[in-house]
Every structure is written in C-alpha cells, then in structure tokens.
Design a protein around this ligand. Sequence first.
Ligand SMILES: [Zn+2]
Length: 415
Amino acid sequence: MQINRFSFGTGDRFAHQGIAQLKATLKAMESGLEITHVWNKSNREHLTVKSSPADVRREADEAVKALGYKGQYLVDADHINMNNVDAFIGPSDFFTIDVADYIGQKASEKDLQSFVEKQKSYLGKLEIEGISSQYMVTTEFLRNVAEKYLFAAQEAARIYQHIAASKGAGNFIPEVSMDEVDEPQTPNELFFILAALSEAGVPVQTIAPKFTGRFNKGVDYVGNTEQFAREFEEDILVINKAIKEFNLPENLKLSVHSGSDKFSIYRPIREITRKHNAGVHLKTAGTTWLEEAIGLAEAGGEGVEIVVRIYEQALERFEELTNPYRTVIDIHRELLPHPAEVKTWGGIKIANTIRHDQHHPDFNSGFRQLMHCAYKLAGEMGSEYTNALLKYSEVVGRNVTYNLYERHLKPLFID
Ligand SMILES: [Zn+2]
C-alpha cells in the first residue's frame, strides 16, 4: 500500500462532518488533483470525547459511500505508541508512530558504535544536491545523532513490527513523527534519522519532523516563513537522497503536523513541492471543530446559545482545558471578552470572532485558541451538542467544506 504524492488529513472530534470534509477533497479533485483523504484522530482526542478508533473507520466508510468517492482514503491512528496502539490496529490503515518521548534515550553502546561505524562514509561535507548550506559530518556529530535518535528509531521499529504482525507488512502506511518536541531537527540530522529508521527496518512513507517556528493550534504560523521555506526545501532534498542511499520507499515524503490553519506557509509548501516534484502530507484537525462552533453561532437559536455556554465554561475551566496545549497556544487572557458582553453580540459577530479571517475586525486569536481547547466541553454536552449539529447540519457543513477547501486545499495544492 502506497500513499499518493499529495494527501490531506482532517480530524473530526464528534464524527459528524465526514461528508462535509470529503466534499472539500472532492472539490479539490475537480481541478484534476490526485489526493488522498485521511481521517486522523489521536488517542488523546478519543479519551477526551470518549470515542473509539472504530468510530473513525465507520465515519470514513460512510462518507465515502454517501458521496461515491473513488479516490484513496485512509484512517490515521494519530500519535500512537506501544501503550495505546492495539485499539487502533483493526480500524486504521495509516499509523503515526510517535517516538518523541524516546528521543534522547540511549541505545546500547554496541548499537551506537555500530551505527556511527556504518555512517563513516559520510564524514566530511554532506553533499546533497541543491543544498547550499554547509553541513559538516564529524564522528562527534554522528555519535550525537545516534545518542539522540537511534533508540527512538528502534522503538519505531518495535511498534511497526507489532502492527505488521497483525495487519501484515504492506497493508498500512507507516509514518514516524517527532514533531512534539522542543527542538527542531536540522536537515542533516534528518538524513541520519532516516538512516537509522532504514537500518531498523521501518519502511517509513511519511516523516513528521519538528520545523522551526511556532505551530500554535488553530491559528497561523508564527515565525520566519523564509527560514521555514528553506528548511522545508532542504528536508525534501535530504529525503530524496535518503531514499536512494538507504533504500527507503520511493514515495517517502514530509508530513506537516500543522495544528491547522498555517496559512502563511501554505504557499511555500505548494511552490517547493512543485519545484522538486515532491509530495507532502498535511494534517489538520481542530479547524473542523472550530467550524462547527462557527456554524452553530451563525445558525442562531440553540446553536449560538451552545457556543456562548461553551465559551463561558471555557473561561471558568481555563487552566484545565488549556494545560494540555500550553506549549502550542498563546492566549492573552486580558484580550478575552467577558461572557456577559459576548451574550449581547449575536451569532454573526461571534462567528466572525472565531472564524480564521485575520483581517476581519472582529477576529480574536485568543478567543479562537480558547475555543480550540474547549471541545471537551462540547463532548460533555453529549447528545445536546450532537443534536444541534444535526439540526443545523446545513450551515455547519457549509462552513466545514468552505474552510477546508478555500483556506487549506486550494492554497496548498491548487493555486
Ligand atoms: Zn503531531
């Protein structure tokens, strides 16, 4: 099983927007784009809203059937590790093997030495076509990379083998992620990480490094977009060399765990992937839940009442809700409006406050980020919330499709 050159991941906290999401991909395909639609959900999300990996499979299959979709689609067990992978093995066919927690743990001395020994042919300047940066490889550098990443690569292999034992190798897409860490991996580190994965026997098809800059949840990229573009391009060139040198899958590509809505890097991603005939996987997730909130606000009636209640409770339970995300949000509490004020606004203004139109005078980044963290509260409302999604499905679905197509798929893959 091989993933297409281009693929797009969507998350759906409450499993009601599968059709609206797939409509966006179908619209993108109308312009001739070949793209894989992926539904991703992490263990953390499942625990928060009390859903199961089988629910994601059911939703995906139903959306595909309802729309007569003929393209490739996958169900991504997002950020799994050995402790939680089992429930995902049956329903999923894309596995994001998260080894971030194992970075920095040391492999055995014998393995470390053998890795460094094997890579000695690369000592000196790392020659990678198209890269002007000077990456020098020394024995010390190799030893450092090995100490930092070899054990993580071995752990990825253990998890990969565990999945392959049930599903059969070749029946799923293996991704390896190391994005949830403090320090970005440099392109020359990535090269030897791929060496380690190859040596450990992981036929990785997508790799998610941590890139420079801040990838806050649900809002735009914060950082130097030129530096991002350079790093992204160098990573692609590194991958191309690694495919040849380490006998990795031909279609190996970068996976960008975007945290949704990284509009200012979409254009560089599109231009650089085209320039190098490279692929990319881009994951979004929370952006769809936020469109539900926007749609409900716009709908008025019970819809807007639910959104106001979620916001009010989110302020009361601020620490609890934002703590799990504290490294990937920047909320200035003093800029958050008082709920009494929000109640006087009406649904359209509330929708404009949350909707990710950075030029709109009502847009409030902190409000949006807080709502991003607050989906747990919608989960606690249970059927009251999901009934509202059904009741207002037309306006909610329209927002979900528009957002994924116009703000994500189009700038990323079309123009
Ligand atoms: Zn991630």
